[in-house]
Design a protein around this ligand. Structure first.
Ligand code: SAM
Ligand code: SF4
Length: 323
C-alpha cells in the first residue's frame, strides 16, 4: 500500500491522457490550448503497465482526465485497459461533455463506472461565455443519456465564480431537486496563469454550506476512495451536493490521490514544483522497478499545498494535469 510520512494512503490515481482541450474555460485555458512541448502522450501499453503497477500498490480507483480526455480516439481502449486491471474496482472519467452524446455508449461498453461532467452554468448563454463554446444543449444531452443508462454514477463539477455563477445557487438546487446527479461546487483555485481572474472571481464555498444546512441538507459519510468533497443530501431532493473547498483548513489531511500527467510524470500534489518522470520505467513489462521507484517518492509528498500563500508550484493551468 502506498503510504506517505503523514500516514495518508493512496487508493486513487488521477491519470491524465492528454493536455489538449477544445474548450476555453475562462479559469483554465482562456486563450485556448497552445502546445509548448512534444505531443508525446502516454500510449496504451504504457497506460496498462501504469495501471497494473498502481493496482499492485493498492490503487483501487483510476480517474481518466485531461485536457479533454475524449479527444483521444483510443479512449474506449484506455478505459478497458484500466477496467481489466486486476485490483482496479472503479474507472471514472472527467470530461467537458462535448463528445458524450456520440461516444458515451462506447465508453460504457468499455467498462466505465462513473463520469464527471463539467457544467459551470445551467444557462446556455452563460455556459457559452464561460467555456467559449455554444455546447450547453449537447453537454446536457450527454448527462441525460448517462442518467438514463442508470448504472453509471453521474457527477457534475461546477467551479464557483463570484460574478459568473455565484448568484445561481437556487437554479442549481432546482435542477438537483428532480435530477439524480451529484453536483459538486469546486472553489476556484489559483494557478500560475489565472491570477487576475482568481482575484476577481474566487469565492469560498462556506456560504453555500451555511445555506444548505439552513435548508435542511445533511452531511453524508465519506468513502475511502471518495474525492475531497464534503457531501450533503436532502430527503426531498433526488440529487446530492458536494463542496470542494481546497482553501479550507485541513483540506489536505484526507488526501488519498496521486496524479500522473499525460507526459508520464508522477505529481505528488496538484500544485507540486515538478513532476517525476516515469517514462523510462514504462518501457518494460517488468513493473518491479517502477513499483520501487514510486514507493521511494512517497517520503517527498508534502503535508499540504501552499495555495494559501499563493504558491501554485509548476501548475500553469489545470489542463496540464487534469485537476
Ligand atoms: N476537460 C475536462 C473537464 O473540464 O472536465 C477534464 C479536465 S479539467 C482540468 C478537470 C476539472 O478541473 C474540471 O471540472 C474543471 O472545471 C476543473 N478546473 C479547471 N481549472 C480549475 C481551477 N482553476 N480551479 C478549480 N477547478 C478547476
Ligand atoms: Fe478544457 Fe477542462 Fe480546462 Fe475547460 S476545464 S479548458 S474543458 S481542460
Amino acid at each position: 500500500m502506498l503510504t506517505d510520512t503523514f500516514g495518508r494512503r493512496f487508493y486513487y490515481l488521477r491519470l491524465s491522457i492528454t493536455d489538449v482541450c477544445n474548450f476555453r474555460c475562462q479559469y483554465c485555458l482562456p486563450d485556448g490550448y497552445e502546445c509548448d512541448h512534444d505531443r508525446d502522450f502516454l500510449e496504451l501499453p504504457e497506460i496498462s503497465r501504469l495501471a497494473r503497477c498502481f493496482a499492485s500498490l493498492g490503487t483501487e480507483k483510476i480517474r481518466i482526465t485531461g485536457g479533454e480526455p475524449s479527444l483521444r480516439k483510443d479512449l474506449p481502449e484506455i478505459i478497458q485497459a484500466c477496467k481489466q486491471t486486476q485490483g482496479i474496482k472503479t474507472v471514472a472519467l472527467t470530461t467537458n461533455g462535448y463528445k458524450m452524446p456520440e461516444h458515451l455508449p462506447a465508453w460504457l461498453d468499455a467498462g466505465l463506472d462513473a463520469i464527471n461532467v463539467s457544467i459551470d452554468s445551467l444557462d446556455a448563454n452563460q455556459f457559452n461565455l464561460i467555456t467559449g463554446h455554444n455546447k450547453f444543449a449537447t453537454v446536457m444531452k450527454g448527462v441525460d443519456m448517462a442518467l438514463a443508462h442508470g448504472k453509471t454514477k453521474v457527477k457534475v463539477n461546477t467551479v464557483l465564480m463570484r460574478k459568473l455563477n455565484g448568484y445561481a445557487l437556487d437554479q442549481f438546487l432546482a435542477w438537483v431537486k428532480n435530477t439524480p446527479v451529484s453536483l459538486r461546487f469546486i472553489e476556484l483555485m489559483q494557478t500560475g496563469d489565472n491570477q487576475t481572474f482568481f482575484d476577481e472571481q474566487h469565492v469560498s464555498g462556506s456560504s453555500i454550506k451555511a445555506t444548505l444546512l439552513e435548508q435542511g441538507w445533511l452531511p453524508s459519510l465519506r468513502e475511502k476512495t471518495a474525492g475531497p468533497a464534503q457531501e450533503f443530501y436532502h430527503p426531498d431532493y433526488q440529487g446530492t451536493i458536494g463542496l470542494i473547498m481546497p482553501y479550507s483548513k485541513d483540506f489536505c489531511n484526507s488526501c488519498n490521490r496521486l496524479r500522473v500527467s499525460s507526459l508520464g510524470k508522477l505529481h505528488l500534489c496538484l500544485f507540486s514544483e515538478q513532476g517525476l518522470s516515469l517514462k523510462d520505467y514504462l518501457q518494460s513489462d517488468d513493473i518491479e522497478p517502477l513499483r520501487q521507484y514510486i514507493q521511494s517518492t512517497m517520503g517527498d509528498k508534502k503535508a499540504t499545498h501552499f495555495l494559501q500563500e499563493r504558491l501554485t508550484g509548476a501548475t500553469k493551468h489545470l489542463s496540464m494535469l487534469g485537476g
